[in-house]
Ligand binder design. Structure first.
Ligand code: PLP
Length: 397
């Protein structure tokens, strides 16, 4: 008899972490692996943010804080949401947690009853489906093959009386799509007809946008304000993935429930990381422009390179630091050792084992026959990785 709870059968380990673990294992065996699977910027946390953390240690800010975050950080979040997103919140509408991941987890734990449905446009970030399932919810995965974006007709046709959530993520992981103002407006038009549907918008890549301007749905359609929960954090924009600070803003009854859950699980997020996050949100943002320019140059390089590989095709993403590359053109081909590539999983395995490049298969994000490439790594690694992928494609017959 297994000692594990039945609910454990509803979730699996994060596939992106699994790929990174496998790549690291091969590295420890002495193999030179080029990892294009990272979900974090390769830049360091800016110095002014590190200094704020060191100062907070020296000032003794090393004790428990309020469960839902310090007043200082909640005020910095309120100012940020007003400044960047033209959204007004009060202190009771904000909860800070250990990353966007934890606040999303708590949001679903606090709101999903068995049988509730959550509409998840695919390709999606890997954790949404597992989180919804863990609490007995039913993920309604909507494949978005048209530019990887949810269109109003698809939303409308997937709403039922059991729909509790629509999960939006822009810029998106894994395809880097960014919803325009008009696209969000037309999604909002559908939602206005269905008052029982709530929206969680995962804005974690807000600051990594290229040719588009970022909008979040509550800003575009103020009538949805009470139904929208904005999730964001400092991981990606400020290169602070290890600090673990994310936050959620929305209706105070739900925020209070999330805070209650946190009070019985992790308590407050790390006090020093909270002080650093205050500086991140209130301090100098000039480095963002430079870093986004570097990401954009890398994006252009990788798109051009991979589109020259036979059997691969990539469109130009408008945000985040990922490329979702179609590999359908390779299906049915064989490797030198006679193994047939029947899926994106086979292709990703072939790239890792025969050509030492780690990428994540698209099926992990709900759309098969794609691979996700992360360009959050050095130009040198990108050149090595892209050249190996091009060679790998050429060697298939
Ligand atoms: N949301 C998306 C779309 C992500 O890609 C990630 C991390 O990869 C997260 C949330 C988690 O962010 P955090 O580090 O704040 O938990």
């Amino acid at each position: 008899m297994s000692d594990l709870a039945k609910r454990m059968s509803l979730i699996k380990p994060s596939p992106t972490i699994a790929v990174t673990d496998k790549a690291n294992r091969l590295k420890s065996e002495g193999k030179k692996i080029c990892v294009l699977a990272a979900g974090e910027p390769d830049f360091d946390t800016p110095d002014h943010i590190k200094k704020a953390a060191i100062q907070s240690i020296n000032e003794g800010k090393t004790k428990y804080t309020a469960v839902d975050g310090t007043r200082e950080l909640k005020e910095a979040i309120i100012n940020k949401l007003k400044r960047d997103n033209i959204l007004e919140y009060t202190l009771s509408q904000i909860c800070v947690g250990a990353g966007a991941k934890q606040v999303l987890f708590n949001l679903f734990m606090a709101t999903i009853n068995p049988g509730d449905e959550a509409i998840i446009p695919a390709p999606y970030w890997v954790s949404y489906v597992d989180m919804v399932s863990l609490f007995g919810g039913l993920p309604v995965v909507v494949e978005c093959k048209q530019n990887f974006k949810l269109i109003p007709e698809l939303l409308e046709s997937n709403i039922t009386e059991k729909t509790k959530w629509l999960i939006l993520n822009s810029p998106n992981n894994p395809a880097g799509i960014v919803y325009t103002y008009d696209e969000l407006k037309s999604i909002a038009q559908v939602l206005l007809k269905h008052p029982h549907v709530n929206v969680v918008t995962d804005d974690i890549y807000e600051h990594i946008v290229y040719d588009e301007k970022f909008f979040t749905i509550a800003q575009v359609e103020p009538k949805l304000y009470d139904r929208v929960f904005v999730v964001n954090g400092v991981s990606k924009a400020y290169a602070m993935t290890g600090w673990r600070i994310g936050y959620i803003a929305g209706r105070s009854d739900v925020i209070k429930a999330i805070s209650t859950l946190q009070s019985q699980s992790t308590s407050n997020p790390n006090s020093i990381a909270q002080a650093a996050a205050v500086e991140a949100l209130n301090g100098d943002h000039s480095f963002l422009k430079e870093r986004t320019k570097i990401f954009k140059d890398r994006r252009d390089f990788v798109v051009k390179k991979l589109n020259s590989a036979s059997g691969l095709s990539a469109s130009i993403p408008q945000g985040a630091f990922y490329l979702f590359v179609a590999c359908e053109g390779l299906l049915g081909k064989s490797t030198k050792s006679g193994k047939v590539i029947n899926s994106d999983l086979d292709f990703a395995e072939y790239l890792l084992e025969d050509h030492l490049v780690a990428v994540v298969p698209g099926i992990a994000f709900g759309l098969k026959n794609f691979i996700r490439i992360s360009y959050a790594t050095s130009q040198e690694q990108l050149e090595i990785g892209c050249n190996s992928i091009i060679k790998a494609c050429e060697m298939l017959s």
